[in-house]
Write a protein that binds this ligand. Structure first.
Ligand SMILES: Nc1ncnc2c1ncn2[C@@H]1O[C@H](COP(=O)(O)OP(=O)(O)O)[C@@H](O)[C@H]1O
Ligand code: SF4
Ligand SMILES: [Mg+2]
Length: 323
């Protein structure tokens, strides 16, 4: 199981050419979330809401300013460098743009075997066994052994993402981080890759954090969905019901924008009100400037999390939508 406990991550950025005082970007604020074994948790939120930052905290790239996470026996507060390395064995990662994380001079075989090489597994493994493992996982992702000696530029976007998924799964990790894995692909290819991920999940039973800003896909692949707004998780619920039965007004706005059939305007921007900024956040609920249920209390402190233990759901709102 992966559990985040009150994770906050701030970045200092230059405020301008002449100003000396840096501005603080509140990329994550008191984020708490669990991912159970074998569970796919979708993380949705508009661009800049902190989704990738949360993934990077889990990868050990950004030490949090507050809070911590626990992944099985690993606790981010006490982990040493060697612990991060061995934890990463249990964590496969797929990004939006796989080519950017792949060496153009390496063959597919080398790319997919890379996690084994980094973790020195390959040293103990005979070359033949290592190749068999690479071929096995490539075939599971829909590629044939004939691709082994080819280079990444010879493949289409969808095939590259299959190679990236094979690399992420080559060590059979218990957990996957999928950071917008389909966002850069053609719509027709997106469905193929999602289907593939579902099939692979049925085979390998990994748990995953599936990050996306695509509201129509997230429901289909996830067990639960967490909704992020300006660095905070404002609601978590079951994927099957969250866009029909939710408590938070932001989730409501997302649910409405999902129904917009015009794909040019669909997405998160159907909302009116000020454009949100993670730099100048108002006191209280950060959604207040755009919320049609806002009350005076909303502008005091951020609303506490209300848990529903039996439903494994939660929301943060002073004036939630009635059930
Ligand atoms: N290394 C960084 N330095 C400064 N600001 C950052 C850095 N990484 C992310 N941010 C800022 O943190 C916020 C959240 O970013 P990110 O996690 O990438 O959002 P998302 O993945 O949801 O689009 C954004 O405002 C972004 O500009
Ligand atoms: S706390 Fe208030 S402002 Fe924030 S979402 Fe709920 S009703 Fe709207
Ligand atoms: Mg991102």
């Amino acid at each position: 199981m992966i559990s985040f406990y009150g994770v906050s991550k701030f970045f200092k950025v230059k405020s301008g050419f002449l100003s000396r005082t840096p501005l603080v970007v509140r990329a994550l604020q008191e984020v708490s979330l669990t991912i159970q074994e074998g569970e796919i948790v979708g993380l949705v939120g508009e661009s800049g809401s902190g989704k990738s930052t949360l993934a990077r905290v889990l990868m050990g790239l950004y030490p949090p300013n507050a809070g911590y996470f626990v992944l099985d026996g690993y606790d981010s507060r006490t982990m040493k460098k060697k612990d991060w390395l061995s934890m990463r064995r249990d964590l496969g990662i797929v990004f939006q743009d796989p080519a950017s994380s792949m060496n153009p001079w390496m063959t597919v075989e080398q790319i997919v075997a890379e996690p084994m090489a980094i973790r020195k597994q390959s040293l103990q493994m005979p070359k033949k066994a290592r190749r068999d493992r690479v071929v096995e996982i490539l075939e599971k992702t829909g590629l044939e052994a004939t691709v082994l000696k080819r280079k990444i530029h010879e493949f289409s976007g969808g095939q590259r993402q299959r190679i990236a998924i094979a690399r992420a799964l080559v060590l059979k990790p218990k957990y996957l981080i999928l950071d917008e894995p389909i966002s850069a692909l053609d719509v027709s290819i997106q469905a193929q890759i999602l289907n593939l991920l579902k099939e692979l999940q049925a085979t390998y039973r990994f748990a995953a954090l599936f990050i996306t800003h695509d509201l129509s896909k997230v429901q289909w692949i996830s067990d639960r969905v967490a909704v992020m707004y300006l660095g905070r998780i404002v609601e978590v619920g079951h994927a099957a019901t969250i866009f029909a039965k939710h408590r938070h007004p932001y989730t409501e706005a997302l649910a409405k924008s999902r129904l917009d059939t015009n794909t040019d305007t669909r997405d998160f921007y159907a909302l009116s009100g000020e454009i949100p900024s993670p730099i100048n956040q108002p006191p209280g609920c950060s959604f207040a400037p755009r919320c049609d249920r806002v009350q005076d209390v909303c502008r005091t402190v951020f609303p506490p999390v209300v848990h529903n233990e039996s439903e494994n759901s939660q929301y943060s709102c002073y004036n939630p939508i009635p059930l």
